[in-house]
Design a protein around this ligand. Structure first.
Ligand SMILES: Cc1cc2nc3c(=O)[nH]c(=O)nc-3n(C[C@H](O)[C@H](O)[C@H](O)COP(=O)(O)OP(=O)(O)OC[C@H]3O[C@@H](n4cnc5c(N)ncnc54)[C@H](O)[C@@H]3O)c2cc1C
Length: 427
């Protein structure tokens, strides 16, 4: 597992998370697969380890260890359970908007509870009729005195059914400057959840529907100014969403290789282990190569984030390479297992199903390719990692005492001219 990217802190963190995942999560996976129900208790147990606060500054009770550390946490949980890796990444994604756009009061109110695992945040952008076309959303908020009244639906929201604090982006006016973000506590009247729906994989994780029916929310719960909603949605998706889903794919990919290698050593054919067949060995070598390349892309991108360097393209590429290569390796693993891979007493078919879930969120592979083509053509205009560098830069070896004093982005920063190329689809 050695890597020049990782120092002592990261190695220790990996050991801790791996130990926890083996001890607390693995014994529950069979029941999660059998019952296919949302894991409320296990989600809380994981949150109480403090990992949702990986990128929350220590002044707010967080770990303050940054983005590479966050990747390692998600990767190690996903190696054992894609569902629980997805659960952690969805709430870490929900942290982004508060770190980037929360005012001092909002940070003091919410971040300590998030870091302690008492409050699971989400981010809710997607709607049934708009999908990745964020500006096509219809859910709205109307000002009513010191409050807003929210109405509409959000779908596929990660941690929908375990979340306590939903970061909801809705329309307050027409056009690209007409989106606004709010923090909505799950117990507010007018808020409700859609029914849990059966899914192909990630059993135990919820990514369901939030409903708002004249849900009254104080103006103090607004993140940033009216009109900042698009920036909230895009910056969360680009800087956290892509990295987090990359990490889920990476963990599943690692599990695929470990399980397949074990199978090749145990299974005997022609009086020898299966890997004695040259084609099987080649497939294993290909899986090993893909995994190494995927891990390099993942760690490189988030290491740049920790340094406060420009890395939007690296984050896109990391998500693309990880999602696609994990899916390719899942197919190789299924082929190597042949009939044995089709039975649910082995985890290979679960890895294949779970890996498919990582394709859509934070930009499908087609969307990443379109954005990367713009990088190649020199037409990519914006860089969220540059614009919000001071909020993502981390030195995991010591906390930054000035971070707590930092205000949210200035009005000018909030009015980030969203690059035309990013306006079509990034979620
Ligand atoms: C596991 C999981 C977790 C999720 N978590 C969240 C969450 O926490 N919060 C949230 O708000 N949403 C979440 N989502 C929703 C996710 O963001 C959407 O699935 C995504 O935005 C795509 O929307 P869609 O699935 O409706 O597909 P669509 O956007 O309808 O896309 C359909 C097809 O059209 C293609 N396409 C779309 N736009 C373009 C374009 N501009 N150019 C070329 N091709 C295009 C796509 O590549 C795809 O093949 C999650 C989804 C999943 C599966």
């Amino acid at each position: 597992m050695g890597s020049y990217f990782t120092g002592e802190l990261h190695h220790q963190l990996r050991e801790d998370v791996r130990g926890f995942a083996e001890r607390e999560v693995r014994p529950r996976v069979a029941a999660m697969e059998a019952t296919r129900t949302v894991q409320h208790e296990l989600s809380r147990l994981i949150a109480r380890q403090g990992w949702i606060g990986a990128t929350v500054a220590r002044e707010y009770g967080g770990m303050g260890v940054g983005h590479l550390a966050k990747t390692i946490i998600i990767e190690e949980l996903s190696r054992v359970s894609g569902a629980m890796g997805a659960m952690v990444q969805a709430s870490q994604l929900g942290v982004a908007k508060i770190v980037h756009f929360g005012n001092d009061e909002q940070k003091k109110t919410w971040l300590p509870a998030v870091a302690a695992g008492e409050c699971l945040p989400t981010i809710a952008v997607t709607e049934p009729e708009s999908g990745g076309h964020v500006l096509g959303m219809a859910a709205s908020a109307v000002r009513d005195g010191d409050d807003y009244l929210l109405s509409g639906r959000k779908v596929y929201v990660g941690n929908s059914h375990v979340g306590d604090l939903h970061g909801v982006v809705v329309r307050t006016a027409p056009g690209s400057k007409g989106l606004t973000a709010f923090l909505v506590e799950s117990e507010r009247p007018g808020f409700s959840l859609g029914a849990e729906r059966a899914t192909m994989g990630l059993h135990g994780f919820s990514f369901g529907e939030l409903r708002f029916d004249n849900c009254r929310v104080p103006a103090a719960n607004r993140l940033g100014a009216e009109g900042d909603g698009l920036a909230v949605a895009y910056s969360s998706s680009v800087l956290y969403g892509r990295a987090n889903l990359t990490a889920v794919s990476l963990g599943i990919h690692q599990a695929l290789l470990e399980e397949t290698t074990r199978f090749c050593e145990e299974r005997q054919r022609y009086g020898k282990p299966l890997h004695a067949l040259a084609n099987i060995k080649l497939k294993l070598g290909q899986m090993q190569s893909r995994l190494m390349t995927a891990r390099l892309a993942a760690y490189h991108a988030v290491s740049l984030l920790d340094q406060g360097a420009s890395c939007d393209a690296e984050l896109m590429n990391a998500k693309l390479v990880n999602v696609e290569s994990a899916l390719d390796s899942a197919r190789s693993a299924m082929e190597i297992h042949a009939a044995a891979g089709l039975f649910t007493d082995r985890p290979i078919e679960r890895f294949l199903r779970d890996a498919h879930h990582i394709f859509a969120p934070a930009g499908t592979s087609d969307v990443q390719l379109l954005r990367l083509a713009e990088v190649a053509l020199g037409t990519a205009k914006g860089s969220w990692s540059e614009r919000l560098a001071e909020f993502v830069r981390t030195d995991p070896t010591h906390s930054d005492p000035t971070r707590a004093e930092r205000p949210g982005p200035s009005d000018a920063e909030c009015q980030i001219a969203v690059p035309r190329q990013l306006r079509t689809a990034v979620m």
